[in-house]
Design a protein around this ligand. Structure first.
Ligand code: MOS
Length: 720
């Protein structure tokens, strides 16, 4: 039998999705389901003075109204250990616990009605008066301060480095010193965040859009002060998330409060506009990068200083400064991270959080350095290749970055590039070629799984993981099928339910290395158990056991095992990263300065590729998202009112089909058996890193203009 791992298997959940059979959080049809709608603050900072709910209470279909005046006091017990998806310092928003307003759009009331339209109409009738405070809504680097102790301790931000970077930079033969700005960006998944809450006595069931059902259960247990085993969270399908469904946002608490208020199941679905205020976003980040190099191109100093926005009540920080610390060999380094707290909701992880941001500034600066040195950008990177992780002082568990550069350059035809800007044309259009390195950490967490075989010869494998799109259902089915020795159509994989064995967060591109290895270990154990039952020699070592026959012989309907896997010492002895190289062609109209991207080439070292089809999909998806980041995405922020102005899909510009040219994705041969038994490294977020600076660098090559503020819009190019 051919092995399923390594085959381009189509998504096992594809038919359910395209025929509408897949049930998303808001779609569970519960009996007596009522609907909630929110009343939100108009001001960014201050206090609620009075709320008049009388008109709302009399409106058709209304079942109940809640504000801080009648909401129960919730314990909001502190978590013993903060989940990795929460900010490291500060305190989450407490809903309806008092009159304070911390950001525009903060929920100050909620209406439950028989229908969603009735609830939204009634919510519009609630009258709120405020005492405004002094709101901080304008991002100014001058106001930035260092992250507090708890944030700094987690090892992410703060000030870090090696050697004597300032002296080395001052003495360097060739210097770059520039500021790069990335605006606030919004996830905008097609499926809005939604929760259905149902209480049965003290038992709470939540149908939720989540990348981590275990975290939702734990957090809501702490908020309400109830035991986690009283809560069940169900989330079988996620319609896009990219990090927005990692945390447990306040609407989950509000759905549970609303269901208690009216004593029936309640659905709370956020509107598109509410997504911009009530789930997080990629924080605006301004970075200074100073590079110093010798004439031969060897880096002598890297200084990278990031300043990012957060809320006034939480300190959200990112891994922004990982790339400057490990991408290249350099003896002198300083990185620093500063925060600007605003009266805004808290930012959150968004696809390749921090890494993509730190990488784009570093890689744009590297391109500027290459130009100053008169060295080819690929050559400059090869000259500074890091033989080991100089931040951790550890060898790589695997690193095929040099293959990525070589294969990418070949596929792209990089050797035909003319170095000087504006030197390549197609008709009237300016052509530019740019490239950049991609890096993304490979991480692995403990995970559990169960595997069960039945007398009809089929298997069921389960773990409380998630599949927001990378193809978890499919890759786990492949891994399980191979480990059991069954064809994939006899194996079913289930996820997204807290009743299933514990899985870590479905984020950070860790799922395959974490849950994949747990599934592999568990299925291998089940296969061995069946072989043992059959006795010596009944099945050859490479032969799949006849599960049905062996179960029958023993008079069993089914047999189930629970297993797990966890990382070992390799995280102390080695540094694990995914790597890649991106090459991009832009075509620019010389009068209108509209940037088109006819082709992108990405070559990635993602370890072993379990499913070339879904891995390819993730990379082209990451490229498309990053193209949006480079050329169009930006939350337009009203500095006076502290609100997004373009909180809709018409004005928040994301790429459409017509914006996308040829996307060429290849994986460098790689298998990381030091990192984990399956040899995988994680694909998702790696695929989006590298694209933004490659586009920016190609724009420079086409026009001779350095646009250091994203997105690279025609107006910026015309003004630049
Ligand atoms: Mo991803 S931002 O780790 O969901």
């Amino acid at each position: 039998m051919t092995m399923a791992v390594g085959q381009p298997v189509s998504r096992v959940d594809g038919p359910a999705k395209v025929t509408g059979q897949a049930t998303y959080a808001a779609e569970f049809a519960l009996r007596n389901l009522a609907h909630a709608a929110l009343v939100q603050s108009d001001i960014a900072c201050g206090r609620v003075l009075a709320i008049d709910t009388s008109a709302a209470e009399r409106a058709p279909g209304v079942l109940g109204v809640m504000t801080h005046l009648n909401a129960p006091r919730l314990p909001y017990r502190p978590l013993e250990k903060r989940p990795p998806v929460d900010p490291k310092a500060g305190e989450r928003l407490h809903v309806f616990q008092g009159p304070e307003v911390l950001f525009s759009g903060q929920p100050v009331g909620l209406v439950v009605a028989l229908s969603e339209a009735q609830a939204r109409h009634a919510a519009s009738l609630v009258r709120v008066s405020y005492e405004p405070g002094a709101a901080i809504t304008d991002f100014a680097r001058a106001e930035a301060h260092e992250p507090s102790e708890p944030s700094a301790k987690s090892g992410r931000p703060g000030t870090d480095g090696r050697g004597d970077p300032d002296r080395a930079w001052a003495r360097a033969a060739v210097q770059v010193d520039a500021v790069y700005t990335q605006p606030r960006e919004q996830h905008d998944p097609i499926e809005p965040h939604a929760t259905i809450a149902r209480w049965e006595g003290e038992e709470l069931t939540l149908y939720d859009k989540s990348q981590w059902v275990g975290n939702v259960r734990n957090e809501i247990a702490h908020v309400f002060g109830i035991e986690p085993d009283r809560i069940r969270v169900i989330s079988p399908f996620v319609g896009g998330a990219f990090g927005s469904a990692l945390r447990t946002w306040p609407h989950v608490t509000m759905a549970a409060l609303a269901a208690r208020l009216v004593d029936r199941p309640v659905r709370l679905e956020l509107t598109r506009r509410q997504l911009y205020q009530l789930v997080g976003f990629r924080p605006r980040t301004v970075q200074r990068v100073a590079l110093g190099a010798a004439r031969d191109g060897r880096l002598e100093a890297i200084i990278q200083e990031a300043t990012a926005e957060t809320s006034v009540y939480e300190e959200y920080t990112e891994n922004t400064l990982v790339p400057p610390a490990m991408s290249y060999s350099c003896p002198n380094l300083r990185t620093s991270y500063r925060l600007v707290p605003l009266h805004s909701s808290t930012p959150c992880a968004m696809r390749a959080p921090g890494l993509i941001t730190g990488n784009l500034a570093l890689e744009m600066a590297m391109d500027e350095l290459a130009v100053s040195l008169g060295i080819d950008p690929v050559e400059l990177r090869l000259k500074n290749f890091a033989e080991r992780d100089e931040k951790k002082g550890l060898p790589w568990s695997s690193n095929a970055l040099r293959d990525c550069y070589r294969m990418g350059a070949e596929r792209f035809g990089w050797d035909r590039r003319r170095a000087e800007p504006g030197g390549m044309k197609h008709g009237r259009d300016l052509i530019g070629w740019g490239m950049a390195t991609a890096v993304y950490p490979a991480e692995r967490s403990p995970a559990e799984a169960s595997a069960q075989v039945f007398a009809n010869g089929t298997a069921l494998v389960r773990s409380a993981s998630s599949d927001m799109g990378p193809g978890t259902y499919t890759s786990m089915t492949q891994i399980a099928a191979d480990a059991l020795g069954l064809p994939i159509d006899r194996v079913r994989f289930e996820l997204g339910d807290t009743r299933l064995p514990t899985a870590p967060v479905h984020g950070g591109s860790i799922t395959l290395a974490s849950v994949g290895n747990a599934v592999h270990a568990t299925c291998t154990e089940l296969r061995q158990k069946i072989r043992d039952m059959a006795g010596d020699g009944a099945t050859g070592p490479d032969e799949a056991p006849d599960y049905a026959a062996i179960l029958r012989q023993h008079g069993l309907e089914q047999l189930e095992v629970h297993g797990k896997s966890a990382p070992g010492d390799e995280q102390k002895t080695h540094s694990s990263f995914g790597f890649g190289a991106c090459f991009v062609e832009v075509r620019i109209d010389p009068d209108l300065m509209t940037v088109r991207v006819p082709r992108m080439v990405g070559v990635y070292d993602a370890g072993r590729v379990v499913n070339p089809k879904t891995a390819h999909s993730q990379c082209i998806g990451g490229m498309v998202g990053a193209l949006g980041m480079a050329l169009s995405e930006e939350v337009e922020w009203d500095r006076r009112l502290g609100r997004p102005m373009n909180a809709n899909l018409a004005e928040y510009l994301v790429p459409v089909n017509a914006d996308i040219g040829e996307l060429d994705v290849t994986f460098a041969p790689s298998e990381d058996k030091i990192f984990n038994p399956l040899g995988v490294k994680g694909v998702a977020e790696l695929g989006s890193c590298g694209v933004v600076p490659a586009i920016a660098n190609a724009v420079w090559h086409a026009t001779g203009r350095r646009i250091r503020e994203l997105p690279i819009t025609p107006e910026r190019l015309l003004m630049g």
